[in-house]
Design a protein around this ligand. Sequence first.
Ligand code: HEC
Length: 202
Amino acid sequence: MKMLMEIVHLLKTLMVMAMGTVVLLSLLTFAGIFMVGCGPKGNKPNIEIIQDMMEQPALKAQDFHPYDREKSSMLVPPAGSWPKNVKPYMYRGKPVEAGESLKNPLAGSTDVEVMQLGERNYKNFCLLCHGAGGAGDGQVAPKFIGIKPPSLLTDKIRNYPDGRIFHIITDGQGLMGTYIHQLPDEKGRWAVVNYVRKLQKK
Ligand code: HEC
């Protein structure tokens, strides 16, 4: 019986020692890992233990191009390519041709949805410069030096075919940039043309 007790006691002591060793070893390992990061040369890169996320084919933003160290990894799309949701526009730099060839599919539409779309788009993207009534008196117009956002109520714009105004929204004109990115949907741009016509009638 006494023998048995002694064996149990011995086993207990062994277990406590084993657990102690495990704890000690873990502490040493962690301390080791942390200390690898420290040292006199603080500007050395870290040691990456799990590298899966570091080594990947995707280029990082603001990195260099893999084949051309002079270039940024943020590549410009090749010339002539178009975003997926945008229909290629065939009249770039050709305002007169656009005016002659492009027909307004929404011409004279009294559809409430189209009218609301045109108004919303105009107020979001044009009002700022051309003004709520189209008179060229938008909030930022005074900030323009030299060429100012012109009135859209002039005889010149009244006599432009719808396609010409559509073209200016799509391709820009002089100082005014393209609005194709804000209004990628053709319908949204034609609806703006209709809204400009509505302003001209007021
Ligand atoms: C950031 C200011 C700005 C915004 C926003 C803007 N435009 Fe313009 N727009 C101009 C300026 C400036 C011109 C004159 C550009 C030039 O000829 O150099 C112009 C010219 C035009 C012209 C031709 C006027 C003319 O007499 O030749 C039309 C039409 C026009 N804009 C319509 C629009 C429509 C429609 C929108 C909204 C989709 C819009 N613009 C948004 C600044 C703006």
